[in-house]
Design a protein around this ligand. Structure first.
Ligand SMILES: Cc1cc2nc3c(=O)[nH]c(=O)nc-3n(C[C@H](O)[C@H](O)[C@H](O)COP(=O)(O)OP(=O)(O)OC[C@H]3O[C@@H](n4cnc5c(N)ncnc54)[C@H](O)[C@@H]3O)c2cc1C
Length: 421
């Protein structure tokens, strides 16, 4: 027997469409609630393969759930999606972060904005978001079945679909939403492929870089904001905070670089040179001026003891030594050639990346259902009418900051409405 969860569902009239939602994550719940609230006679079932729903929401944002981002201009918003930005323009005009904030507020959940734009529940716990979604689904009469993966979905000649569940049961539906999350494995892509869709191969996005070795790895704990990081031979370049970890480098600038470069970095086997400008706000001329001022005003000081702000003593010392300058060198004795070498080191430190580490706070998969095969006005398949998609299963992914959940809310909301009509 299937297990009703998480609580007793309200009894609904059975005259409306039977809607099956495959996947009890953020996108599946948002779609189910939207459909149930728009169409009171629909019979809506969430099929979840795991023992609990919304598992990723629970661990998201370090347990606080970064629900969305206070970026309310759609044109600017779509620039945060390395893949899927064009397809999302129309969708975000219909349901954007402002609507997410209002949606949760209408259900008693207030969000707060951090200085970098990330939005979290004021309670600082993802439990608030889970409780809100579960309660809203229950109130709307959504039925949720746990521990029942959907193994196969096939079209029925007379109309609608037949689902085969993990316990061998068959389940009939008029409309189906696939919201199974990122295609981390071939199996996860199969449901969509069997219904005629092309799935772009999955590769990780939002990861930190491991370094092969070298002096930078000795500086674990050092953080600089901003740096400019780039990958020679590509157009990949990002500016923002970066920290040195015991394995390599991480932080927003690195995660964004990994998102934009997800495919090309995978093709390179995650082995590539990384260039770091430690003082991007100064530029070449500004750095020269800063060196000149040091020489004039603090000439007697050891180079290693007089860093250029905001670089820390520890980092600055390693930069000086990595340039090949002596620990005893003083600012006054710095030749023009040495100055140029030091400037190059500060602006173009090159380190070798030798692998990737998954980001613990947020990681997503690049790849998924090919977007040209989906009508974004309804989040419906162009290949198989009645089949809908939402969330990370699509070939859409955002940079870190709440953009991935926003995609789940937006596509779930549109799919929910479309399935209800
Ligand atoms: C550690 C971590 C932290 C994150 N933090 C954030 C954050 O703070 N902000 C943000 O914007 N994004 C964050 N993300 C990304 C975000 O969690 C995802 O983009 C989002 O959860 C996608 O929602 P979804 O509903 O599409 O998929 P999921 O949340 O993955 O849900 C899919 C569900 O489908 C189920 N399922 C899969 N296959 C089947 C099947 N065959 N039958 C039945 N059920 C099935 C799965 O068990 C799962 O419950 C984070 C990701 C991770 C891994």
């Amino acid at each position: 027997m299937a297990t009703p969860c998480p609580g007793p569902a309200r009894i609904r009239a059975v005259s409306g469409p039977r809607i099956s939602i495959v996947g009890g994550g953020a996108a599946g719940f948002f779609a189910a609630i939207t459909a149930a609230e728009s169409r009171r006679d629909a019979v809506i079932t969430i099929h979840e393969q795991g023992p609990q729903v919304l598992a990723k929401v629970r661990i998201s944002g370090g347990g606080r759930c970064n629900v969305t981002n206070a970026c309310f201009e759609v044109r600017e918003l779509v620039s945060r999606y390395p893949r899927g930005s064009q397809a999302l323009i129309g969708a975000l005009h219909r349901f954007q972060p402002r609507d997410t904030v209002a949606w949760f507020a209408a259900r008693g959940v207030e969000l707060k904005t951090e200085p970098d734009g990330r939005m979290f529940p004021t309670t600082d716990t993802s439990r608030t978001i889970i409780d809100c979604l579960v309660q809203s689904a229950e109130t709307a009469g959504v039925r949720c079945v746990l521990n029942r993966g959907v193994r196969a979905v096939s079209r029925v000649a007379s109309g609608g679909f037949q689902l085969t569940l993990s316990n061998g049961e068959s389940w009939g539906a008029d409309k189906v939403l696939l919201a199974t999350g990122g295609c981390r494995s071939v199996v996860q892509a199969r449901l969509a492929e069997d219904l005629g869709h092309v799935v772009e191969p999955p590769v990780p996005s939002l990861f930190a870089f491991d370094l092969a070795g070298g002096w930078l790895r000795d500086l674990a704990g050092v953080a600089v904001d901003p740096v400019e990081v780039s990958i020679p031979g590509t157009r990949l370049k990002e500016r923002g905070p970066m920290m040195v970890t015991h394995r390599g480098v991480s932080g927003p600038a690195i995660l964004r670089l990994s998102a934009w470069g997800a495919r090309v970095l995978q093709e390179r086997g995650y082995t590539f040179p990384l260039r770091i400008d430690w003082l991007p706000l100064l530029g070449e001329a500004g750095l020269n001026d800063a060196f000149e001022a040091r020489r004039r005003e603090q000439g007697a000081k050891l180079l290693v003891n007089a860093p250029i702000a905001p670089l820390t003593n520890r980092l600055w010392e390693r930069l000086v030594l990595a340039t090949g300058l002596a620990r005893e060198a003083r600012w006054a004795s710095l030749t023009k050639e040495a100055r140029l070498k030091l400037a190059r080191q500060v602006r173009e430190t090159e380190v070798m990346v030798s692998g990737k580490s998954l980001n613990q706070d947020e990681f997503v998969t690049c790849g998924g259902v090919r977007l040209s095969e989906v009508d974004f006005k309804r989040m419906e398949s162009r290949v198989c009418p009645g089949l809908h998609f939402a969330g990370e299963l699509l070939d859409i992914d955002g940079i870190t900051g709440g953009f991935n959940f926003q995609c789940a809310w937006t596509t779930g909301w549109i799919a929910g409405h479309a399935m209800a009509v």
